[in-house]
Design a protein around this ligand. Structure first.
Ligand SMILES: C[S@@+](CC[C@H](N)C(=O)[O-])C[C@H]1O[C@@H](n2cnc3c(N)ncnc32)[C@H](O)[C@@H]1O
Length: 291
């Protein structure tokens, strides 16, 4: 069977503005993302969410993104959101506390009337356990800080139904072994330790989620694209994609990850897949293709 041609749009800009300006109502079947952490990582862009924000500002800004995501999802569209907890210190104490980002983010999504909770996958980042720092009161009780090397992936669906043709269903089939592995609540998958992007997830995460929650030809959205891992999975699985990233300098990582180069050929001339990269600050669009 011939592969279907797919289009991958990557916007450099703020997730909230890009969604508002460029993504239509009910146009996306799946969102897969790992939002920026609060407080810990500086992605080096003034518009980034998380690094310079108070916890309340952080959740306020993310909520604005989720509102847009809910709007652009089609009925029966899915949300797969991965987030970890982080340690920090309150100013009045010289010791660590855990910011319960996972609980608060799950609650934040849960309050949208348009979406319903489907369950939680627990991703155990197997490699990161080895070298984990033994801070806390080691070797003594009683200040054991719980490892953050297990991160939830929350799954929601938008209310409503969709009809999918038998042909598309057949093209999107998963094997029995995959079905069993994927629906297991615990995923033991190595972290993306060698990735140039400091907070990338391994491609196996969006690959599984894309196979589970979308069909061939669907559109997968990642509003916090980073190094392009979600696009890479979508591309390999014959899904279209939309990725949004605040930092244009990450184009270099994205190009490398997708193994693409710029082309002057017209869109009509390209088959297979094409990647359209749009910088919302400069208004510049570039087209990339395989190789
Ligand atoms: C946890 S990382 C995502 C990594 C990605 N899953 C990967 O595999 O490379 C979060 C990303 O969100 C980006 N980001 C932060 N604030 C943003 C905003 N306002 N709009 C869009 N992207 C933003 C950061 O630059 C960072 O690359």
């Amino acid at each position: 069977m011939r592969n279907i041609a797919t289009t991958h749009k990557i916007f450099f800009g703020d997730a909230r503005k890009v969604l508002q300006q460029y993504v239509g109502d009910e146009s996306v079947q799946l969102m897969v993302t790992s939002p920026p952490y609060w407080n810990v990582r500086d992605y080096g862009h003034p518009g980034q969410i998380g690094f310079n924000d108070t916890l309340e500002e952080y959740f306020f800004k993310l909520d604005e993104v989720w509102k847009e995501v809910v709007r652009v999802l089609l009925p029966d569209g899915k949300i797969a959101l991965n987030i970890g907890n982080i340690y920090y210190s309150e100013p009045d104490e010289n010791r660590r506390t855990t910011a319960n980002l996972t609980l608060r983010l799950c609650e934040q999504l849960n309050k949208f009337d348009e979406i319903r909770f489907m369950g939680t996958i627990y991703w155990q980042k197997t490699t990161s356990r080895e070298g984990a720092v033994l801070f806390g009161s080691y070797p003594y009780p009683s200040n054991f800080m719980i490892s953050n090397a297990v991160e939830p992936i929350f799954i929601f669906r938008k209310r409503g139904n969709r009809v999918v043709s038998q042909e598309v269903k057949e093209r999107s089939k998963v094997s029995l072994a995959e079905f069993r592995d994927f629906r297991d609540a615990l995923w033991q998958i190595n972290g993306a330790a060698s990735d140039k992007h400091t907070a990338a997830f391994p491609v196996e995460i969006p690959r599984r989620l894309t196979m589970m929650y979308s069909f061939v030809g669907d559109t997968v959205l990642d509003p916090f694209l980073g190094s392009g891992t979600t696009t890479k999975a979508a591309l390999a699985l014959e899904r279209n994609s939309i990725g949004i990233e605040i930092k244009p300098a990450f184009l270099e990582y994205i190009r490398e990850k997708l193994n693409i180069s710029q082309t002057n050929r017209s869109l009509q001339e390209l088959d297979g897949f094409r990647v359209e990269i749009f910088n919302t600050e400069t208004g510049e669009t570039k087209v990339y293709m395989s190789g």
